[in-house]
Write a protein that binds this ligand. Structure first.
Ligand SMILES: Nc1ncnc2c1ncn2[C@@H]1O[C@H](COP(=O)(O)OP(=O)(O)O)[C@@H](O)[C@H]1O
Ligand SMILES: O=P(O)(O)OC[C@H]1O[C@](O)(COP(=O)(O)O)[C@@H](O)[C@@H]1O
Ligand SMILES: [Mg+2]
Length: 543
């Protein structure tokens, strides 16, 4: 195939009279290098420039569709086939089973009479015509980044979806090459392994009952060219990539390289993060499971705290940059007296500080439970200890253990106040939470995400992430889910509900509140200390 055939030619699937199609090329804000990786280890980021194409479609009344790429954007003459689902007895009874090519989902559901219709995403689901014949499909699945409940369910459902809905029987798992572990540990680098694992509905039948990922996973850099060489050499034409923000950035680069080489290969991301810190989507799979499992740790902390004189139970939960697990686990439990998250800086000493609140609560109730997200209070720890700026293999900040630090500071404080004995127990259940299988509701959610991914790839869409937006499954351009993280907005009602349920101080002085011109200023005041400001998640804003 000659490269000139790849000249960008818009896919005309929208078909609507009122829509005007604009294809804009721009350099994305994908980080061009990972600080902890050498150029040799990550030519992805150092060498190939991941130039994304955002397809913007505009309509009347301020309607904007942020569309996703399609194979016909650069391979205009691809043949189409009728969707095998229409002959599937299970689905034949469904009225309007196929998604209309004009169906889109609004990013914002709360609108005012005069407000423009705003940004929309393409609705996920099966299309009448597909761009792959079942026998020609060779799909592969890879899992990257940290573990999260539900990974195996997504793998299972991609395999079953491809097989049962589309009759695809050639599916490879990109897995850890244990015998050759210097080269490949699973995750992106699993592509370098000589072996792959054949996946079939039979071989994945029970895997959703297990935690972790049957394919293995890794952090650290990868070589995009080497991966695409591998995809090309093996004849893979559908790539399903399950992973978090780092993984989706990697997927964007792989998609760009595939498009540059004019390959008929669909690249699909399924967003994974236990922290729920991916922008745009309502929530990430595994999050509900994590919140539910966190209850067991909180209950244990409560039992311990209630049983001793001035008992304090401290529970550390995951959340590197976002405190969603801590916030929802606190709201669900009702036994928590204080929840500390990265988005809401706190202070220990003096009026309105944490120590004062602990002392008051102990005097009133005789015990208390504190939940702390792992990313909370990092600035305070750095102040009191010599700051250590370390990163993991993927360039994520390595955090100091806030749970241990906080427990020690509380003990020191009460040791100084000789008349008050305390009994503090610290529980760190983080990896126990992350390693469990997904619960029932996450299993259903994972199934729908996987099926949406399969429908999208079969329909020829590529370079996108599947995601739930306002309760509807959608296809979202990679760029949109990677440009910023999702954070708890502490000026929203959800955080107010938490404050009113725990009765904890807001740790904002009245001066802060008065001086902030707007809710945005107030949020900025707090997030300045952490990372860049993220959008509120719809689950948070909508409730
Ligand atoms: N900025 C980046 N650009 C391209 N690829 C990345 C980037 N960050 C991470 N990756 C790739 O994604 C993989 C997983 O990233 P990591 O941050 O560990 O987990 P997660 O995807 O869960 O955020 C890494 O092994 C690396 O190959
Ligand atoms: O020990 P690991 O594997 O580095 O993972 C720890 C981190 O992984 C997380 O669970 C989620 O991170 P990812 O979404 O990048 O996988 C964080 O909450 C936690 O800080
Ligand atoms: Mg991440």
């Amino acid at each position: 195939m000659k490269p000139d055939r790849c000249d960008s030619k818009p896919h005309s699937s929208t078909g609507s009279q009122i829509l005007r199609l604009e294809v804009r090329n721009f350099l994305p804000r994908v980080r061009s290098s990972l600080p902890s990786l050498t150029a040799a280890a990550s030519p992805t980021m150092a060498g190939i420039k991941p130039e994304c194409t955002l397809k913007i479609v505009k309509g009347e009344f301020g309607y904007v569709l942020e569309d996703v790429p399609h194979l016909t954007d650069y391979l205009p003459d691809l043949p189409t086939y009728s969707n095998p689902l229409q002959d599937n007895p299970a689905y034949s009874v469904v009225k309007q089973y196929f998604v209309d090519h004009d169906d889109t989902v609004p990013k914002k559901v709360v609108v005012q009479k005069e407000s423009p219709r705003g940004i929309h995403f393409r609705r996920a689901g099966p299309r009448q015509r597909v761009y792959f014949e079942s026998d020609d499909v060779l799909a592969c699945i890879v899992t990257c980044g940290g573990l999260c409940p539900g990974l195996n369910t997504v793998i299972r459902e991609i395999v079953c979806g491809l097989s049962y809905m589309y009759g695809v029987n050639h599916i490879l798992g990109i897995e850890a090459d244990i015998l050759n572990s210097k080269e490949a540990y699973g995750g992106y680098r699993g592509f370098y392994a000589r072996n792959t694992i054949q996946l079939s509905p039979k071989s994945v039948n029970d895997i959703h009952k297990r935690g972790g990922t049957i394919l293995g996973t890794s952090r650290g850099g990868h070589d995009t060219s080497k991966i695409v060489d591998n995809i090309q050499d093996r004849g893979i034409n559908q790539v399903y990539i399950i992973g978090g923000d780092g993984t989706q950035k990697g997927a964007a680069a792989i998609f760009e390289e595939i498009r540059r080489r004019c390959l008929k290969v669909s690249v699909v991301g399924i967003p994974k993060t236990i922290d729920n810190d991916i922008a745009i989507i309502d929530k990430s799979f595994g999050f509900d499971t994590a919140v539910e499992e966190a209850q067991r740790a909180i209950n244990a902390a409560h039992v311990e705290a209630e049983s001793g004189e001035n008992g304090i139970g401290v529970v550390k939960l995951m959340g590197r940059y976002s405190g969603f697990i801590a916030m929802y686990a606190t709201l669900a439990s009702r036994d928590v007296d204080c929840c500390l998250i990265p988005e809401s800086p706190f202070y220990l000493e003096g009026k309105g500080g944490l120590f004062e609140y602990i002392e008051k609560t102990l005097k009133e109730n005789g015990h208390m439970v504190i939940v702390v997200a792992e990313g909370a209070g990092q600035d305070l720890i750095a102040e009191s200890m010599k700051s250590m700026e370390h990163e993991d293999a993927s360039g994520n900040k390595l955090l100091l253990d806030v749970g241990l630090w906080l427990s020690q500071r509380i003990k020191d404080y009460f040791a100084r106040r000789q008349r008050m004995v305390i009994n503090l127990k610290y529980i760190d259940p983080t990896y126990m939470i992350r390693a469990i299988p997904s619960n029932a509701s996450d299993n259903v959610y994972c199934t729908l995400l996987a099926q949406s991914a399969v429908h999208g790839a079969m329909a020829g869409y590529t370079g996108f992430t599947v995601g739930l937006v306002n309760g509807r499954h959608t296809y979202i351009p990679f760029e949109r889910v990677t440009e910023q993280g999702n954070k708890v907005i502490i000026t929203d009602r959800m955080w107010a509900r938490l404050l009113s349920s725990t009765n904890q101080p807001s740790f904002l002085s009245s001066k802060d509140v008065e001086e902030a011109d707007s809710a945005d200023d107030l949020q900025k005041l707090t997030v300045d200390k952490t990372e860049s400001l993220g959008n509120g998640s719809p689950i948070e804003n909508a409730i």
